[in-house]
Design a binder for this molecule. Structure first.
Ligand SMILES: [Zn+2]
Length: 250
């Protein structure tokens, strides 16, 4: 209401200079200024209801305060303002109100990246082509997933590198990762030693080695094992992973 009071003073003062009130206009509206516009339109609407014709300059000031249109100069002559102008001002208020409604303030977007706890050991999601302890291979302690040589192998969960070794007649280059809850995942036939050192922390999905065919392997593939409770206790990795939302086939 201070601005209205100030306008009244301006009008009084303007009478000494032939009744003209000259105001330089404000900058064009920005997104934030539309909020101010909406607030001042309320004042404008109130003024429309209450003001008689003699109050027209007050209405004009209210529109001006809404900072919706950007005119370089605004001249208000209280002596010559007519009801036609009041209609024009009403129109302006309506347009301003529509503009304010059409430009809602958007809440800042909150983007949260949620990492899965468990992932497939291969980005391809390859399904097992030889399963755990089948009748044909009763001593097979893992699931085989054929992949081209050099395919990155991912740690299926966060953990630490528990061991890495080489067995010429069995696993070839292999790496074991220890996870929370005494769970171990083991990856065989790597092309070479895991690039990570024993004790290194790994995040879920982190590359811990590359597919190869070292040791006892007839072709490039990942032999994937899960051990629970202790590192020597193999379990069928297929249902173990399925229970964690990961399908490795078998
Ligand atoms: Zn195997």
């Amino acid at each position: 209401m201070n601005s209205l009071k100030r306008l009244a003073e301006d009008i009084e003062e303007s009478k000494q200079y032939g009744g003209h009130v000259i105001r330089s206009h404000r900058r064009p509206p920005t997104g934030n200024m539309r909020k101010a516009a909406a607030a001042s339109m309320l004042i404008a609407a109130l003024a429309l209801t209450l003001a008689p014709v003699a109050g027209t300059p007050v209405l004009r000031q209210a529109v001006d305060a809404s900072v919706v249109d950007a005119e370089p100069l605004e001249v208000v002559d209280p002596a010559t303002t007519t009801t036609i102008e009041i209609e024009h001002i009403k129109e302006q208020i309506t347009r301003s109100r529509r503009a304010a409604v059409a430009a809602p303030t958007l809440a800042p977007a909150v983007v949260r990246v949620i990492k899965p706890t468990w992932v497939h050991p291969l980005a391809s999601g390859k399904q097992g082509n030889s399963c755990y302890r089948t009748s044909k291979r009763p001593s097979h302690g893992g699931v085989d997933l054929a992949q081209p040589a050099g395919t990155p192998i991912r740690s299926v969960a966060a953990g630490i590198i528990y061991r890495k070794a080489y067995e010429s007649d069995g696993a070839g280059y292999y790496v074991t990762v220890r996870h929370d809850g005494n769970v171990f995942s083991q990856y065989h036939h790597l092309r070479a030693h895991s690039p990570l050192g024993v004790g290194a922390r790994v995040s879920v999905g982190q590359t811990i080695g590359y597919v190869g065919r070292t040791g006892n392997a007839t072709g490039n593939h990942l032999h994937f094992e899960i051990r629970t409770g202790s590192v020597g206790n193999r379990v069928n990795p297929a249902p173990f992973m399925r229970a964690r939302g990961i399908n490795i086939g078998c």
